[in-house]
Design a protein around this ligand. Sequence first.
Ligand code: F6R
Length: 604
Amino acid sequence: MCGIIGYTGKNNAREILIEGLHRLEYRGYDSAGVSVLDGGVITTVKSQGRIDALDEKIGGTLPGTSGIGHTRWATHGAPTDKNAHPHASADGKFAIVHNGIIENYESLRAELTRHGMEFRSETDSEVVVNLLAYYYDGDLKNTVMKATSRLEGSYALGIVCADFPGRLFAVRSMSPLIIGVGAGENYFASDVTAFISHTKNIIHMEDGQFAEVTPGGITLYDAIGRQVEPVYEKVTWDAEAAEKGGYEHFMLKEIMEQPRALEATINPRIHGGKITPEGLEALDMENIDRIVITACGSAYHAGVVGKYVIEELCRIPTTAELASELRYSSPILNERTLVIAISQSGETADTLAAMREAKKLGAPVLAIVNVVGSSVAVLADYVLYTWAGPEIAVATTKGYTTQVAMLDMFAVWAAGKLGTVTPEREAELTAAIASLPASVQRAIYLSSNVEEIAERNYRHASLFFIGRNIDYASCLEASLKLKEVSYIHSEAYAAGELKHGTIALISPEQLVIAVACYGALRDKTMSNIQQVKARGANVIAVAREGDRTMFAEADDVIFVPGTEPIFMAVPQIIPMQLLAYYVARENGCDIDKPKNLAKSVTVE
Ligand code: F6R
C-alpha cells in the first residue's frame, strides 16, 4: 500500500523524508517522490523504482525544512515517473501526496479539463491537486475544505502550498493518517513507522478530520472546519513492531486489513446501486458459451468459488482449472470461451503459461490481478484489479478474499448483462456485495474463540476439512492455509464424498472441521458431521451466526455472519485463516515466511 510522510520543522526536510520513505518500504512500492518547500518554491522530484534511485535523482543538496514524500504502489496508471507522487499543480502553487482511491476522479477530471486545468499523469490523485489550484483563494484552510468536499472515495492527503512556508495540511478520509508530535517539528504519515525514530508521541486522526501542521503546533479540525481537541498518545512499539501495525506478524495484520482491502475492491465499482467494472465495456457476454477459470494455489481456490457463483447466477458452464495442468492438457478453448486468469502477484509462471495457451487458441482472457502493470495484467485482454494493496506475508489472505469478491462482482455484472437475474435480484445481490466488508469485520469479531480453539488443538498431526458447494471451496483454501503456515497435514473433502472411502480414516480423536454455512446444503453437511461424530471424531463446526442447533452436534462452533448464501465464501474464510495463524503460532512456525515457499512463484 502506498506510504505518506510529511515533515515541517527546523531540519533538512529531504533527509527526514527519505529516511521516512525507507521505513515505509516494507509496505511495497514501485515509485517514490518528494516535494520540498524553500523560499516560496516547491521542488518536486520523483522516480520510478527504488528510493535510492530517487535520492540519486535529487542529487547534491535540496534545501528546505518542510515537505511531503510518498511511496506509490500503482493502482491507476502504470508505475512510471509521471504517475509517481507528489503531484504538483501546473502553476506550481500546490503539491500533494495521496493514498486511497478517488472514485469520482473521471468526472472531476473532465470538469477540471473544461476549466482549462492540465493533467500530466494517468492517476486519480492528480485531480486533487488541480482541485486545490482551482479553488485557491489565498485562504488555505478554506481551499482544502472546498477541494476535499468534492472527493468521493478514500483518501489520506498531504498538502503543501508555495505561499505558506512551513505549513502543511494533512487530510484523512477512510485511509489511515497519523500525526507525529515533536519539539519544534511535526510529522504526519500513513503509519508511525515512518517517523518512529524521531518521536513516539502521536495523534490518531479520525475519519473526516484534517490538520494544519506547522513546526510550532498542530490544529485539528472536523469535516466542517470546527477545531477539535487532539488526543495525544504515546506508542510503545519499536520500529519492527510498527511496520506490522503493532501485530506480531504480517499475516495477522493482513487478515485484519481485509475489511479495508475489500472496500478498495468493491466500493469504486458500485455506482447508483449497479456494478460497473471498468474496462469490460468491450466484453460481450452474449458471445461467451463457456468460462474457464485458471490459477494456482489460493487463487485457484478463489476460482473454485467463482465457478459456483458464476454458474448459479449466469448459467454459463464454468470450470476452474489448475494453471499447471491446463497448460499441458491440450485444452479445448476458442473465441467463445472466456478464460479468467487469477493472480495476486501477476507473475506466476504457470498462470502466465496457461494464459498464453488460451490466447494462442483465440480465447479472450480476463485477468483478476492485484499488482498493477504485472505480466498477467499486460498479457490479458481485460483486467480487473483487486486493489488489495501489497501483501507481505507469503500466505495470502486479503489477496484471496479480494479475488473472490471480484469474481462475485463479475458474476453479478455478467448476470445483469445476460438477463439471467431480474433487475430486482441484481440490486439485491449488489447490495449484498456492498456489505461484504462489514460482514468480514463482523466475522473477525465473531472469531474471538478461535485463538482458544487453536490452543487446544494445535498438536493434531492431521485433520480434515469437510463441506459442500461453496463451503467445500472454502475448505480447499482453509486446508492450504493451515498446511503452509503450520506444517500440519490436512485434507479438504467434499462432505458427501467421505463415505466413498475416506471415512475409513475417521477414528476417535481425529479432528474434522466442518463448514456448514451454505444455506441449502447445511442439513446435508450436518448428516456428515453426525457420521464422523459417530466414529468418535472431534468436530469444529463453522456455522452461520444464530445456527445454535450446531452446538448439539459439534464439539466447538465458530460462527460467521450470514450474507447472501452464494457470497458466504468471503466472510467464512476469516475464522479459518485465523485458525491457521494461531495453530502455526502455537507450533512456533515462521508464519510470514513458511519454509520452502516463495511469495511469487515465477518458475515452473
Ligand atoms: C497460498 C498462496 C499461493 C498463491 C499461488 C498463486 O497462500 O499464496 O498458493 O495463491 O502461488 O500466486 P498468485 O496469486 O500470485 O498467482
